[in-house]
Design a binder for this molecule. Sequence first.
Ligand code: PEP
Ligand code: MG
Length: 567
Amino acid sequence: MSALRGVGIGLGVAQGPVARMAEPLPAPADEPSTQTVEAEKARVAEAVAAVARELEERGAHAGGAARDVLEAQAMMAEDPTLAEEVDARLAQGKTGEFAVFDAFAAFRDQLTALGGYLGERAADLDDVAQRVIARLRGVPAPGVPDPGHPFVLVAKDLAPADTALLDLDMVLALVTTEGGPTSHTAILAREKAIVAVVGTVEATGLADGETVIVDAAAGVVTTEPSPAELERARNRADARAAAASAPVTPGALADGTAVPLLANLGSPKGAAEAVELGAEGVGLFRTEFLFLSSSQAPTVEQQRASYTELLSAFPGKKVVVRVLDAGADKPLAFLNDAHEDNPALGLRGIRALRASEDILREQLTALAQADAATEADLWVMAPMVATVGETEYFTELAREYGIKTAGVMVEVPSSALLADRVLGIADFASIGTNDLTQYTMAADRLLGSVASFQDPWHPAVLHLIRSVGAAGRATGKPVGICGEAAADPLLAVVLVGLGATSLSMAPTALADVRATLLEHSLDDAARIAEAALAAPDAAAARTAAMEAASRSADSAAAASHEKASTS
Ligand code: PEP
Ligand code: MG
């Protein structure tokens, strides 16, 4: 057996046979066909029909929104105008592969030029073309494979659309060779509770059909596992399933200190599940996820409807909505479509909104209207705030629209370092550990090759968080955590020890974090945090925290034993 190392997402473990995601096909060469025009036409007709039927079958199997998408793709494959374009190229003696490639590409360009809804279908058309060409070549179609049995999906990375459409009855686990722990593949995997190890560079060598164990807690993919290893992994998976069904209680430490556990959401549709999993409110609503595919700014009315739906699901509860965070990993065509060499350091977040203030004003209008129509306790915050001036700008503007609680995200080291001044103005801070880690470590959160730097356990990141926690205590203002770090149970304890007053995460992470918080008091959490802060690097911080946590668990056990024997 061998252990392939990557970055685990969550604490799950799964096992099964590998199915690899095929790479996109290279463009066919423009060479004359060796077959007759009629023979090429027959080949193409067969391939197109087979692809259309397969898409329809997949759609019928998937149901819901996926069925609509796949049925539309099947119709595209058999579009008569496209068929005429393909035939015209075949008549010139081109190969079926090239004729399909070229005709679909021309159609794609037309759709792109039209923009709007049709423009957004261009990528779907590419996918259909790839499937038809793959069939003509007799090779597997690119995209998520369908081996006909449950499997461990191994891919370079997944597009958010691929991840969103994964059939969770079939995909036992996900292993990517690229992508860091805060890439949106990882975020979606966490949201859907898929056992995942990302940035596993050596997984390129895994073959279809071989059995592996994917251990997200350890960040390891084990190849050629022994029967004993397989059994241990199965037992762990069973034990986690049992923990997930433990009673749902409000987040608290062992000494009763309340630590509200909130949900990160990207759509109001996730609200019901979050409530079911015990979310005590929402700590981060990513509004830009609602509009990622829009080419035009959403209207006030569209936004009001979405925000009202969200707030209605949490009467009397805190709901923290982030205004549009456009840029880098979350491009929004209507806010920042200019080319930048370094978009992560560009006109993004609050900077982009400030440059298009009308859009920000409309969003605040919609939020204020939704607030007035519902019973939730709405908090609104700005992303990527880097200066005290931006804090003043946003909070003043939000208050102008009647937003009662206006805060900022601390994701840039400059705001963490000046947290006392930032919190002198804002009503609250919410630390986005994904970007805070990216900017502290100078490591692109989307890049697999630097994924090992993208570790929020790094003591440099923890020191910045401590500075925000201290400013929160000094000013009496709440400091939440809404980056992926809050979903790591032991790190969650450290974050509370550093001064975080609430934790927000993908709802599927709530049960593990809730259970671990209950094992430690506030004093323990501070001690565990000190041990991590004193370490030289991320791995040592994690180990030091684990050792400090097991010492405090031992002394808690000894104390309860002593109490039992004296009473
Ligand atoms: C973060 O940066 O930690 C954060 C929560 O925001 P996002 O992941 O959406 O950038
Ligand atoms: Mg961020």
